[in-house]
Design a protein around this ligand. Structure first.
Ligand SMILES: Cc1cc2nc3c(=O)[nH]c(=O)nc-3n(C[C@H](O)[C@H](O)[C@H](O)COP(=O)(O)O)c2cc1C
Length: 235
């Protein structure tokens, strides 16, 4: 509680103020002392022989440069991040089982992906629904302003981003199997899928910003399911 009191202006802790950020990091480091009861003097220093560029070079970009992404790279990123591959094995015969490129509880499908294309060469601006089975983008007649959805993120300028993925939840199948825990699993699933997107983009030397602050626009429409997460990609 004392530590919280130290932070006088709560609004400052949101990503910007370096001094308050460093005090927060100190709080996080001190967390390790909680384990003092169990700590021995032994420790193992970690070393790596291979720093992976797609991990080491990743960082958040909030002000995108006006650069358009080639269509082929966009397809590579979307297919590798979200689309299914089909498994034909002795066990699954005569069926070919769709496998995701990210793990999901019970192998169920609790996420849909709506992609706002902004700056991809050869693809018109607008919203598209991803069919991850057929590997298709279906044009949507959605009159949503991305600016309005992410109106709380004043520190982010999506104007020059290449595309933004909206992660939409649909818990029907999950609730039958898991009850209320389905929502928790759906969010974990969204984290895995978003990480695929960030790392695939990083592979092609693009970056992104994760967006957790948004308005549930479109929720009045019965056909529109809740947005759980957004990730914008660009340079
Ligand atoms: C769940 C989640 C929600 C986030 N929401 C926002 C957001 O609404 N606005 C924003 O500017 N950054 C948001 N971020 C990005 C973080 O601020 C960013 O990852 C953090 O500052 C660390 O920077 P780095 O990614 O370059 O290491 C979010 C990140 C996560 C994981």
């Amino acid at each position: 509680m004392k530590e919280i009191e130290k932070i006088k202006d709560i609004s400052k802790i949101y990503f910007f103020d370096i001094s308050s950020l460093s005090s927060l990091i100190e709080i996080q480091k001190k967390r390790l002392s909680k384990y003092s009861l169990y700590k021995s003097k032994k420790s193992i220093k970690l070393k790596t022989r291979k720093k992976l560029p797609i991990i080491q070079n990743r960082k958040t970009v909030r002000n995108f440069r006006k650069i358009s992404m080639k269509k082929d790279i966009f397809f590579d990123i979307i297919i590798n991040s979200f689309c299914k591959r089909f498994l034909n094995s002795k066990i699954t015969k005569p069926y070919s089982l769709p496998k995701k490129t990210y793990p999901a509880a019970g192998g169920l499908n609790m996420l849909d992906f709506i992609i706002y294309v902004n700056n991809i060469s050869g693809i018109g601006k607008g919203y598209y629904l991803l069919d991850p089975y057929e590997k298709k983008l279906i044009k949507l007649d959605l009159n949503l302003s991305l600016k309005k959805i992410f109106k709380f993120t004043e520190n982010v300028n999506l104007e020059n981003s290449c595309f933004t993925v909206l992660f939409i939840s649909d818990l029907k199948a999950g609730i039958i199997k898991y009850g209320p825990r389905a929502y928790r699993y759906c969010l974990i699933e969204a984290g895995h899928a978003a990480q695929n997107l960030l790392l695939c983009s990083s592979y092609f030397k693009f970056s992104g910003v994760c967006l957790g602050a948004f308005e549930q626009i479109g929720e009045k429409s019965k056909n529109f399911k809740p947005i759980e997460y957004g990730v914008a990609i660009g340079k």
